[in-house]
Design a protein around this ligand. Structure first.
Ligand code: G3P
Ligand code: CA
Length: 241
């Protein structure tokens, strides 16, 4: 069965990358969550998509220039003001604490593109081991150096390079860097690529699948999971197939 991963939580209806969006994603029927991590100046791994806090909070500036305690004072609920509640930027350890009480899968995307937070792979892997979540976390990144580094220090944790462009034979690429899967843009997830990848034991989790026709196509094709802002819609469509 194709699993449903709530992208940044249930981000279509709730403030992305917040505990509210994660708990609502699970309630909506997702078996997994996708979230993004960056690091504060004092080395706390925090859950936020952008390198700056400007778009998703009431603050301004780079995550790397905030302390962990200062970043917690920001309101991360501003993208869904109509909900009328303040949300905090979660610490990754807080999400892991919650995950240790349920059975959800979690795709942690390492946002190491521009600043390449030094030591973030070690910190995230340390937390995964501390909470005993080795079997339920998938580490992904657009930065494939980060993936190779994660594999070298924690071969027991599944990894997946994110592919911005289509590759000719992505399952061979994923195998060559010892990743358990890859996360393609949904438009590059052709049926034959999915079929060959699964046959080679390589997981395929396309992002960000919000169109109903694409959800149906990728579920029919047997993708390992789809990553979507709309987990409720995806769960309903899967049920009807
Ligand atoms: O993991 C897939 C997807 O989340 C990558 O794009 O920008 O939403 O993090 P972005
Ligand atoms: Ca992401």
């Amino acid at each position: 069965m194709t699993l449903i991963f709530a992208h940044r939580g249930y981000s279509a209806n709730f403030p992305e990358n917040t505990m509210l969006a994660f708990t609502e994603g699970a309630k909506a029927g997702a078996e997994g969550l996708e979230l993004d991590v960056q690091m504060t100046k004092d080395g706390e791994v925090v859950v936020i998509h952008d390198e700056k806090v400007d778009r998703t909070t009431d603050g301004k500036g780079f995550v790397k220039d905030f302390s962990a305690s200062d970043i917690r004072n920001l309101d991360a609920g501003v993208l869904h003001k109509s909900l009328g509640r303040k949300e905090r930027i979660p610490f990754l350890k807080e999400v892991f604490e919650w995950l240790s009480g349920n059975s959800l899968i979690c795709n942690v995307e390492l946002k190491t593109g521009v600043f390449r937070y030094k030591g973030i792979e070690e910190k995230v892997i340390g937390l995964i081991r501390q909470y005993g979540l080795q079997d339920r976390i998938i580490l992904s990144s657009f930065n494939h150096y980060s993936i190779v580094h994660a594999v070298s220090i924690a071969p027991e944790i599944e990894t997946a390079p994110i592919l911005a462009e289509g590759l000719y034979m992505p399952w061979i690429y994923a195998s060559s860097i010892k990743a358990g899967g890859f996360h393609p843009h949904y438009r590059a997830a052709h049926e034959e690529i999915i079929r060959q990848s699964l046959q080679h034991n390589i997981a395929v989790r396309p992002y960000t699948v919000n169109k109903e026709s694409e959800m149906k196509r990728l579920i029919h094709a047997g993708c390992t999971a789809i990553i979507t802002d709309q987990p409720k819609k995806a769960a309903e469509l899967r049920e009807a197939i």
